[in-house]
Design a protein around this ligand. Structure first.
Ligand SMILES: *Cc1c(COP(=O)(O)O)cnc(C)c1O
Length: 374
């Protein structure tokens, strides 16, 4: 059996080790320290737009604290893009709030502005104005920022931008992660850069950053003794892991280029297979191509490809199952147009790591070409 080709595996540059060694040498093995600040500064410099960054233990923690900062609590409603990973919506449930799922559009596969407005109007009519909107740049493709934010503004609803998959993507030359009132980044092991596990909350509001760090470090009031007037969390990123992140931030642009090159290679390789479709970037959109995805004609063919690649030790994965289809969210209200269901049926994510070799990529494309000749 040939070696395993993963969907998206960590890709160290070699620069991480010296930061980690420095954490050991200086005994900063804590959920705070100079690498945490250095990592935050590196992300701020990269994102620009007066971003303030709080490094956290995960992207999920960033979404959770983001909802708390936006005052989401028991009984509230929060609109969430249905086509996404469960971690976009789980923190809504942590807060005792209800997710309201909204379907996608075909250009970017992200939240559909028309359905979004229908949902907002209907929730208001039913008696509750949504407290926040969670919109996601799925697989690195920016959502329709202008349209979605114009609607949010018209109804005066804040946006929590889930940018977990889109570090390095831009919309009209502005980095994703800087559009929402609050944004979340993830540095999980399979993301475009990783700290093995980690995340960040991004905001232009310095008060939000300060409050996020306060809540993430057990909400200790200013006092000699341990004094608490609010419920805290243990969500800060460790200094050791932030050291990995500093090394990764030095190579982020290379990682984006490599993932985009994978996508271009797949698209070019399959141009004569009419059954396979790729979604190009609309004008003004720049995707980090975190995962290269393609649409097949049917669920049957999607599964046929997936299973035949699995037999060759090549990992692929269906697109995210829409959250409105998840058993755990079966009672959540939803506003659907059929797009996310259709994408889920037909779509497949291909191996997309920045460390794939030409040989790996050839193995993937020849396996798929073989499937279509068969
Ligand atoms: C990975 C991911 C998250 C969660 O990030 P973690 O760091 O794994 O907690 C949230 N939303 C989306 C869309 C993701 O892909």
């Amino acid at each position: 059996m040939e070696s395993k080709i993963w969907l998206s595996s960590p890709h160290m540059s070699g620069k991480e080790q010296s930061y980690v060694n420095n954490a050991f040498e200086t005994n900063w093995i804590a959920p705070l320290g100079p690498h945490v600040n250095g990592f935050e500064n590196a992300i701020q410099d990269y994102l620009q737009e007066n971003s303030h960054v709080a490094a956290l233990s995960s992207g999920t923690a960033a979404i959770h604290l983001g909802l708390i900062l936006l005052d989401v609590g028991l009984g509230d409603e929060v609109i969430c893009q249905s086509k996404t990973f469960s971690a976009s919506a789980n923190p809504i449930a942590y807060q005792g709030a209800t997710p309201i799922f909204v379907d996608s559009e075909m250009d970017t596969w992200n939240i559909c502005p028309e359905q979004l407005e229908i949902a907002i109007k209907d929730r208001i009519k039913k008696g509750k104005k949504p407290k926040a909107i969670i919109s996601v740049h799925l697989y690195g493709m920016p959502y329709k920022v202008d349209e979605v934010h114009a609607i949010a503004k018209a109804y005066n609803i804040p946006i929590l931008e889930d940018s977990a998959e889109s570090l390095g993507s831009t919309y009209k030359s502005i980095k994703c992660g800087t559009f929402g009132d609050i944004a979340a980044l993830s540095f999980n092991g399979n993301k475009i850069i990783t700290t093995s596990g980690g995340g960040a909350l991004v905001t232009k509001n310095i008060k939000f950053k300060e409050k996020a760090i306060f809540l993430a470090t057990q909400a200790r009031d200013k006092a000699v003794e341990y004094l608490h007037s609010s419920i805290g969390y243990n969500y800060r990123l460790s200094n050791v892991l932030a050291g990995i992140g500093r090394g990764q931030m030095e190579v982020i642009d290379d990682r984006v280029s490599a993932r985009r090159a994978n996508y271009d290679f797949y698209k070019e390789s399959f141009k004569s297979i009419n059954e396979l479709q790729f979604v190009d970037e609309p004008d003004g959109y720049f995707s980090n191509r975190w995962l290269s995805c393609m649409l097949t004609p049917s669920e049957e063919i999607r599964e046929g490809i997936r299973i035949s690649l699995e037999a060759l030790n090549i990992e692929t994965r269906p697109l995210w199952k829409p959250l409105h289809q998840q058993p755990v969210f079966k009672d959540a209200p939803r506003y659907l147009n059929g797009v996310s269901d259709k994408l889920f049926e037909k779509g497949l994510c291909l191996p997309s790591g920045s460390n794939l070799t030409n040989q790996d990529l050839d193995r993937v494309t020849s396996a798929i070409k073989t499937y279509f000749r068969a």
